[in-house]
Design a protein around this ligand. Structure first.
Ligand code: GLN
Length: 290
C-alpha cells in the first residue's frame, strides 16, 4: 500500500489531448502517473490532471461510461485536480459557447462560467507574458476564458482581451443574463474586458493556457504542493523549478520534441501550418528557425 512518503500518484485523464506532455512534466517533478481511461482507474490516485484537447470530444467519448461521475465524485470529495484549457472547461460548473446540438457534459468543481474558444480558433493561438505569482509565459491554443468567478474562487491571472467573433454572441447572452445584479468586468475598450485565465478554488486549480508545453514547471509544482497538503504534507518537496528558457530551441532541442511541443514551437515561430507527420513538423520548424 502506498504511504504518504511515496511519490504522489497523479491520474491523468488520457482520452485525448496533451497527455504525454503532462505525464512528462509531472514525472520530472518526482510524481508517479497513471493514465485514466476508465472510471475504475480514478480510485486510489492522489490527484487528477485534466489535459487540454477538445472538451466536446472528451465529453462525447465518455458519454454514459461513468468516468465523469467518478471524476466528479473525486473532485467533490476534495481530491486535488488541475485542468488545463479543455480541462479547465470540464472543471467549470458552467460553460457557454458550447457546441450546438451536442450537450456539453461537465465534471464541475470550480464555481465559474467559462466561455469556450474565447480567444479564437487554432490560428489565433498565441503566447504572452503574464503576471500571477511572478511573471510567466502562457501559451494559448483555442483557449477558453473565465467570464465569472464565484465568491470562493481566487483569480490567479487575468488577460484583457475581446472575445473572438464566434464567441461574441455567447458572451453577449451571458452579459444580458448577468446584467441584473452581477458585476460586469472592467471594460478595457474596443470590446475587450478582463477575463480570468488561471484560478483556484480549494483543491481545484485551472489554467486556460498550457504550462505543459513550456519548460516552466511552476504551475505543476503548485498543483503538486496542493496534492502534498491534501496527503498531509508527508511527501518530499519537489525539486526547485527550473527557470523558463528564453532562447529559441536548438536543433538538438527540436530533435527531442514531442509532436505537441513541435506544434507549439511552430506556432511561436510564426508558422501556421502545423499539420503532417512528426518528421515534417521537425523539418518545418528547423527551416523556420534557420
Ligand atoms: N477549444 C477547446 C475546447 O473547447 C480547448 C482547446 C485546448 O484544450 N487546447 O475544448
Amino acid at each position: 500500500m502506498a504511504t504518504s512518503t511515496d511519490p504522489p500518484l497523479i491520474g491523468v485523464l488520457a482520452l485525448q489531448g496533451s497527455v504525454a506532455e503532462h505525464v512528462e512534466i509531472l514525472e520530472s517533478r518526482g510524481a508517479r502517473t497513471r493514465q485514466i481511461r476508465v472510471a475504475s482507474e480514478v480510485a486510489g490516485v492522489d490527484g487528477l490532471v485534466l489535459p487540454g484537447g477538445e472538451s466536446t470530444a472528451i465529453a462525447i467519448m465518455t458519454e454514459g461510461d461513468g468516468i465523469f461521475a467518478a471524476l466528479r465524485a473525486a473532485v467533490d470529495g476534495g481530491l486535488p485536480a488541475y485542468g488545463t484549457c479543455a480541462g479547465l472547461i470540464l472543471l467549470a460548473d458552467d460553460a457557454v459557447a458550447t457546441k450546438k446540438g451536442a450537450p456539453q457534459a461537465l465534471v464541475g468543481g470550480l464555481d465559474c462560467t467559462v466561455c469556450r474558444n474565447y480567444f479564437g480558433s487554432q490560428v489565433s493561438s498565441f503566447e504572452t507574458e503574464l503576471r500571477g505569482e511572478g511573471a510567466f509565459s502562457a501559451v494559448f491554443i483555442r483557449a477558453p476564458a473565465i467570464l465569472r468567478c464565484g465568491a470562493g474562487v481566487e483569480a490567479l491571472a487575468t488577460v484583457s482581451a475581446a472575445p473572438c467573433a464566434a464567441a461574441r454572441d455567447a458572451v453577449d447572452a451571458f452579459d444580458a443574463k448577468a446584467a441584473s445584479g452581477a458585476k460586469r468586468p472592467r471594460d478595457g475598450g474596443a470590446g475587450s474586458r478582463d477575463v480570468v485565465v488561471a484560478a483556484r478554488q480549494g483543491n481545484v486549480l485551472v489554467t486556460a493556457f498550457h504550462p505543459e508545453l513550456t519548460e516552466d514547471a511552476r504551475w505543476h509544482d503548485k498543483f503538486l504542493a496542493m496534492v502534498e497538503a491534501h496527503r498531509g504534507g508527508g511527501g518530499a518537496a519537489p525539486p526547485a523549478a527550473k527557470a523558463p528558457p528564453s532562447d529559441a530551441p536548438s536543433p538538438a532541442d527540436v530533435e527531442a520534441m514531442t509532436v505537441g511541443k513541435l506544434k507549439i514551437a511552430l506556432a511561436r515561430a510564426g508558422c501556421e501550418d502545423a499539420s503532417g507527420k512528426k518528421a515534417d513538423l521537425k523539418a518545418r520548424l528547423l527551416a523556420a528557425l534557420a
